[in-house]
Structures are given as structure tokens and as C-alpha cells.
Design a protein around this ligand. Structure first.
Ligand code: DC
Length: 222
């Protein structure tokens, strides 16, 4: 099996690029952020304080989280219920960010991720795939773009969805999330030493996909 680890900060376009690259290569696209989002949602539903491990961790043994793969992309199930849309709300995003800093939560999700990579050719996107989850991945890519570019992309996406947004606030949030993701103690966001740094600041979406697919083909010999 061939594993591609695709890491990088929020808003670098990982999911969109991984989805399209996986389609072209016939690989499974695994979006690992959805797993943390599902735990965050579970905690919210149970009325837990999502920042308090003493309230979140006791929920893990009863958490049933699974992924389904469809031609349109991945679906996430929590206790058998499809929560793919609900995990995208700002509340669930905040909760995901909090619970993802807890080492026990990360450990809880580790085997599920590794098992998928054992059984399928995958492009797995996240923050710690090349460093922790699949350190032996055949291909590692660290996708980034400067914070201003990522904030502008995010701002346009929000406006397109009809969500009111302010460009300066979006930029501040992007910078805040970068800081939190790269400074947490548990599996902080960092580029694996053997990862290829792909900076998409001056690339279009199609250009990035072509570069990523080309790199995977070359590295994996396919
Ligand atoms: O990629 P995303 O925005 O859906 O991720 C949601 C949250 O989960 C985000 O705060 C980062 C965290 N995350 C993580 O810590 N490790 C991963 N492999 C994927 C996501």
C-alpha cells in the first residue's frame, strides 16, 4: 500500500487538494480533521467543557467514530449518525481545536488512522501525519501558503457561503490558529524532515494539484 502524508496549517487548501489528487490517482482521501471534530461534537452534545480533559476523556470509551468513503468524498459518523455537516460549524471547529490538544484524544484516534493506511492507498491530510501517524509514509508533503493568502482564501469562502466576515478578523484568527497548532505540547504542527515543502502562495488550485500529483507519482514510482 502507498501512503501519502499531507500536512500543513489551516487554510492551506489541504482537503480540497487532497480530494482532487486522490481522485486522479484512485487513492482514498482521509481527512483526519473530521475525527477531531467528531470528538469535539460529542463533547458538546454531552454538555462537557471542551477545554477540560476531566470532562472530555471519560466520553472516549463510548465514542463510536467511523468514516465512510463515497465518490463525493468522506463522510464522518458519530454513534452511527452522519454528522459530516454538523462538524463544520464554528462551534464544532473550536471544540475540535481544544480536544485535539489532549494527548489521550490523539492516542484514541491513532489506530483508526493507521488501520486505514494499512488497508488502502491513501492521501491522509492533517497536522501530524508525516511526523506521528505515518512516519514511514512513502510520500510526505507539507502544504503551506503565507498567512495573508490563506486568510484571503478563507474570507472569500465565507462570503461565498453568505457568511458575514471581516478580512482583518479572519487574518487574526488564521494567525491565532497557526500559533496554537504549532505551539501545543501534543503533536504540534511541524514539517517532517523528509517532507517536501509546497508553498501555494503563488499557485492556483489546478497548479497545486498538478504539482502534488506529479510529486506523488515521482516519489511512489507510479
Ligand atoms: O483540518 P481541520 O480544520 O478539519 O482540523 C480540525 C482541528 O483538528 C484543528 O484544530 C486541528 C486539529 N487536527 C489535528 O490536531 N491533527 C490532525 N491530524 C488533524 C486536525
Amino acid at each position: 500500500m502507498i501512503a501519502v502524508a499531507l500536512d500543513g496549517p489551516s487554510g492551506a487548501g489541504k482537503s480540497t487538494i487532497a480530494q482532487e489528487a486522490a481522485r486522479q490517482l484512485g487513492f482514498l482521501h482521509v481527512d483526519t480533521g473530521a475525527l477531531y471534530r467528531a470528538i469535539g461534537l460529542l463533547a458538546l452534545r454531552k454538555g462537557a467543557d471542551v477545554t477540560d480533559p476531566a470532562q472530555v476523556l471519560p466520553l472516549l470509551p463510548e465514542a463510536e467514530i467511523s468514516l465512510r468513503f463515497t465518490p463525493e468524498g468522506q463522510r464522518i459518523l458519530l454513534q452511527g449518525e452522519d454528522v459530516s455537516e454538523e462538524v463544520r460549524t464554528p462551534r464544532a471547529s473550536m471544540a475540535a481545536s481544544s480536544v485535539s490538544a489532549m494527548p489521550e484524544v490523539r492516542r484514541f484516534l491513532l489506530e483508526l488512522q493507521r488501520d486505514l493506511a494499512r488497508k488502502n492507498n491513501v492521501i491522509m491530510d492533517g497536522r501530524d501525519i508525516g511526523t506521528v501517524v505515518l512516519p514511514d509514509a512513502a510520500v510526505k508533503i507539507f502544504l503551506t501558503a503565507d498567512p495573508k493568502t490563506r486568510a484571503t482564501r478563507r474570507y472569500k469562502e465565507l462570503i461565498q457561503k453568505g457568511i458575514d466576515a471581516d478580512p482583518d478578523t479572519v487574518l487574526r484568527e488564521v494567525e491565532e490558529r497557526d500559533y496554537n497548532d504549532s505551539h501545543r505540547a501534543a503533536a504540534p504542527l511541524r514539517q517532517a524532515e523528509d517532507a517536501w515543502l509546497c508553498d501555494t502562495t503563488d499557485l492556483t488550485l489546478a497548479g497545486t494539484v498538478a504539482a502534488v500529483v506529479g510529486y506523488i507519482r515521482e516519489r511512489a514510482g507510479i
